[in-house]
Design a protein around this ligand. Structure first.
Ligand code: ASP
Ligand code: MG
Length: 468
């Protein structure tokens, strides 16, 4: 192994279970508790590297060294790579230079190339380090999807070829974010950020012990460290918390990958590809509770500024109207987030109804509801933001919502819409007040680094890392 090969707690751990050694050889710092892993005896590890982790030649070689180090420790390694740096954005821009509305089938042919480049280059680097590796496209790797171009869903993973290749003692590199529709026999892509889902799906199909997600941040934080410098890196989050966090603006994991992991019991480990640290585990609620020394009732503050609001004024107050509005939006493929409607008090019995959508869907949403002619007017607002607090402990703590509203009121921030789930409270506010709201809530709920015990009082690396 090369001298600068990174130390890797997870693969130590995987080797340890593969060799059925006692717990003493397992890095207790990475895994503080005994583990109920997906497949306890699996020596297969899936390692996913994001775009910044394969951006330049040096980064590709660094990823290759991590992969080789894992192999040399005795793991069988499947690595999933994203496109390099901003490649996908550049490919989208190239398409838009040619066509204002690129044909989706061809868009997928184009976008899927980014990930293939990363894999081929990384395989070359691994060869030079003395290991055997082959790169595979999503379709060669057996990723079967439906036929919805640019947002396909994985429907099956036929992993025989990967298994055979691992048996031949080779490392397998799989191009993330893509698959093939068996129906149309065409290449598909899985939506932006889809390499996370490729990695989790492969981990599930192969019964891997863990799906490691290597990225440019040290893990998942109690808030965006660019807004809250004192944000704390979380040692662990439950699938449910992570789902709410990804859905409300946390960018580290694609929402669908978290859903897939929860449904298949795949343990996710988010960590930095640039430094060694404990990262963040995303696991079941039971395991998450075991691993957290103290369970704060709020885990994180998330935010999003990528939404817009549509308001229908003067909507008739009669049964069936809301059904028509939201069916039309669903048929147009538009995801709706927060919804509010008031019960009319005036003589005219007309209501106002507002909802939020992804900003990219705003024009389509306005067109869709305008065509229905169920309201006197349709307005839109692009200047909205959303701040949310998430925490599994909220279920058993009354008064959390009251505190959120008081904190925002104290900051002079007007709450325009509210939505809740058992473990999340979201408030739609003016976009320019989002950073203030995030900071105020983070402080009020004492989520900072100094508010909780260190994860491991013995280890320097366990100090929360801030920044990037
Ligand atoms: N390259 C794709 C994107 O930028 C997929 C990914 O990185 O996961 O969205
Ligand atoms: Mg990503």
């Amino acid at each position: 192994m090369s001298a600068d090969a990174p130390r890797d707690g997870v693969t130590d751990f995987v080797v340890a279970i593969a060799a059925k050694k006692s717990d003493t050889s397992i890095s207790g710092r990475d895994y503080p508790q005994a583990l109920a892993v997906n497949e306890p005896n699996s020596d297969i590890v899936v390692m996913k590297f994001g775009g910044t982790s394969v951006a330049g030649a040096e980064e590709i070689k660094r990823a290759a060294r991590r992969i080789v180090a894992a192999r040399e420790r005795g793991c069988r390694v499947v690595a999933v790579l994203s496109a390099r740096g901003k490649t996908t954005d550049e490919l989208v821009a190239q398409a838009l230079e040619i066509s204002p509305r690129p044909v989706e089938r061809e868009m997928d042919m184009l976008l899927s190339t980014g990930e293939r480049i990363s894999c081929a280059l990384c395989a070359m680097a691994i060869h030079d380090m003395g290991q055997e590796a082959i790169s595979l496209t999503g379709s060669q790797a057996g990723i079967v999807t439906d036929s919805f171009h640019t947002r396909a869903k994985i429907v099956d993973v036929r992993a025989e070829r990967i298994r055979e290749t691992l048996e031949q003692d080779r490392i397998v590199l799989v191009a993330g974010f893509q698959g093939m529709s068996t129906e149309s026999k065409d290449v598909t892509t899985l939506g932006r950020g889809g390499s996370d889902t490729t990695a989790v799906a492969l981990a599930a199909a192969l019964g891997a012990s863990v799906c490691e997600i290597y990225t440019d941040v040290a893990g998942i934080y109690s808030a965006d460290p660019r807004i809250v410098p004192g944000a704390r890196k979380l040692p662990v989050a439950s699938y449910e918390e992570m789902l709410e966090m990804s859905a409300s603006g946390a960018k580290v994991l694609q929402l669908r990958s978290v859903e897939y992991a929860r449904n298949n019991g795949v343990r996710i480990h988010c960590r930095s590809s640039f430094e060694d640290g404990p990262g963040t585990l995303v696991v079941s609620e039971e395991e998450s509770e075991q691993q957290t020394m103290e369970q704060p009732f709020v885990t994180a503050v998330t935010h999003s500024d990528g939404e817009a609001r549509v308001t229908l004024t003067g909507v008739g107050d009669e049964p069936g109207v809301a059904g028509r509005i939201f069916t039309a939006l669903a048929d147009a493929g538009i995801n709706v987030d927060v919804i509010i409607q008031n019960e009319p008090v005036g003589e005219d019995a007309l209501a106002d109804l507002s909802f939020t959508v992804d900003r990219a869907d705003l024009t389509a949403a306005v067109d869709t509801v305008s065509e229905l002619k169920v309201s006197q007017g349709v307005r839109s607002d692009e200047r909205i933001g959303k701040v949310s607090i998430v925490g599994a402990g909220m279920r058993s703590h009354p008064g959390v919502a009251a505190k959120v509203f008081e904190v925002l009121g104290g900051e002079g921030i007007n709450i325009e819409m509210i939505s809740t789930s058992p473990i999340k409270i979201s408030c739609v506010i003016s976009a320019d007040r989002v950073p203030d709201a995030v900071r105020a809530l983070h402080t009020a709920f004492e989520l900072g680094a100094d508010a909780v015990k260190a994860e491991d009082p013995m280890g320097d690396t366990h100090r929360p890392t801030v920044g990037s």
